[in-house]
Design a protein around this ligand. Sequence first.
Ligand SMILES: Nc1nc2c(ncn2[C@@H]2O[C@H](COP(=O)(O)OP(=O)(O)OP(=O)(O)O)[C@@H](O)[C@H]2O)c(=O)[nH]1
Ligand SMILES: [Mg+2]
Length: 423
Amino acid sequence: MKDKKIITLQQGPEKALLISIRTQKVTDEEAEESLRELGRLVTTLGFQVLASESQRMAKSTGGSVLGEGKLKELEKYTKDGEELADLVIFDCELTPSQIRNVEDALGVQVMDRTGVIIEIFSRHAKTRAALLQVEIARLNYLAPRLREKKKIGDKQHFAGRGAGESQIELDRRRIRDRKAELKQELEEVQREQDNRRSRREEQMSVVLVGYTNAGKSSTMRALTGSDVLVENKLFATLDTTVRALQPETHPRILVSDTVGFINKLPHDLVASFRSTLEEARHASILLYVVDASDPSFRDQLAVVNEVLEEVGVEGIHKQLILNKSDCLTIEQKENLMIEFPEAMMMSAKNEADIKKLYQWIVQFFDQKMIQDEFFVPYGQQGVIGDIHTNTKVIKEECDNEGTHFIVRSTSSHLERLRKILRS
Ligand SMILES: Nc1nc2c(ncn2[C@@H]2O[C@H](COP(=O)(O)OP(=O)(O)OP(=O)(O)O)[C@@H](O)[C@H]2O)c(=O)[nH]1
Ligand SMILES: [Mg+2]
């Protein structure tokens, strides 16, 4: 895959001016929170936030998202201030012409929230499926912006060639062809994933879902002893990882880590990552992990719920995990338990809490298992390994004819074993 990026970073951290455009639909608090989150997204990309500005949505500004007065005022950050911004980033999605107009007025590169998120995704993607998904979303984002591409001084961050009608046509066609290729390749990768998933289907599985940075990978690590990436960065995880719960149970319980959610996730990316979330549709338990120390976790939970409802997770057992309890006061914890009486309060960093969560998971599946008896004649001893792996053996007794077992397992495992023994 070509390693073309939307932007190419220059040496040293570039300074960004963040701009929030307030509409009547959002409260000041929501806008502030969203701007703070944009700040974290931007620092995840390695930029430094120089300043943040807010502006009420202007009514008549032609094609521009900002009025002339505001643009003039912002020149202090881009043209004649002491410390100048290298780029301006808007906390909303802009049309290509809005980007061009602000770039013309301020003389620096302009990005929008979608561009920032796509860039993070493309840097963090590791597996074939994630790389393909991100590349498709990136090309979708880039295609309409090709027409509007314009060189700004010597700071040209966008990939691609110069203007010229035929050149643009050529670029568009290349993008279309490339997208078709990528989609085909993605379908193949997804078919393989579906096959692997259907082989796992009869297994008991726990899937961790939640907002980015909530602590899903930390919980996964602690539950499975795996070395999945944990980072204080947004969108550290983009791929689903599946590992067995440790200490291992019989039958095995699988735990999956998934991509994090974010408010105003570009539609393209939601669509691209839908297949990643397929894992959630096949879970036995969905653990909704939230960062309870983040004041906006309720809104974050609403975003998670909304996307998962679209994916279709009805009928699956859901458990809310109020994570990062080590960052809460006793009073905060008490209030949260009153507000969410069904929730589990824990810290992924606390061994005792992880042990409790482990016990809870094991017990949940234990209740779902049914007891059964098998007799394995000496001629069919090969099945014994399968019994030990896929059932919890309560009793095992040998006599002259073979081995008697009393076991507990899921109905699908028991059904399968019975079939083998009958054959
Ligand atoms: N204090 C504290 N920090 C935690 C806890 N759980 C996770 N963290 C930290 O929170 C940050 C994010 O954790 P991750 O486990 O990577 O979060 P994630 O949900 O996988 O994030 P994405 O992969 O971006 O979706 C890391 O710096 C963790 O060390 C916790 O219980 N307490
Ligand atoms: Mg993660």
